[in-house]
Design a protein around this ligand. Sequence first.
Ligand code: AMP
Length: 186
Amino acid sequence: MGRKLLLLGPPGAGKGTQAQHIAKLLGIPHISTGDMLRQAVADETELGMQAKAIMEAGDLVPDDLVTALVIERLAQPDAACGYLLDGYPRNAAQADTLTDTYGDDVFDTAIAVDVESEELVRRILQRAEEQDRADDTEDVIRNRLNIYRADTEPLIGYYRDRDRLAEVDGVGSVDEVFGRIVEALR
Ligand code: AMP
């Protein structure tokens, strides 16, 4: 039976990169709501058109839209034996929906990768120069960070209290952080 993992962490903590490594190591699909939403925007689907401006502002896309996407994705056969959910849940309502829909065993461990805010802004601005993401301007980054601290970070305490949390320091090279995650998942 594969692992069922959640990945939590602020924007710019390197979640996407780490998620790819973890998914490969464990042979489970990497399910990223951010990636799925960016794809919907690129494909100009109805969902993409609803999500585009919200994402560009760094705000959260409405829960029901993202939840529908996740439920559809988790129903795919490759997710039957495990997955790494990256970017969902993002707030208490989504966390509740997840357990209400699938039960407590919807995940065995939530991995929280943390990095302090100023380091994150520096990293994201650097990434903005390398890639071309409309949600990588400084104002938008600060908005995304504020939303993370207000809405998403409380989930970390919630999962810690339920003994489902693996906390990892996200400062260091990709390999260093990955090593910490692997250790924490043992
Ligand atoms: P990410 O790649 O995870 O940083 O997500 C990029 C953007 O997609 C976020 O800033 C949100 O606008 C949107 N998004 C991703 N996941 C969610 C979610 N679970 N709930 C609401 N919005 C989301």
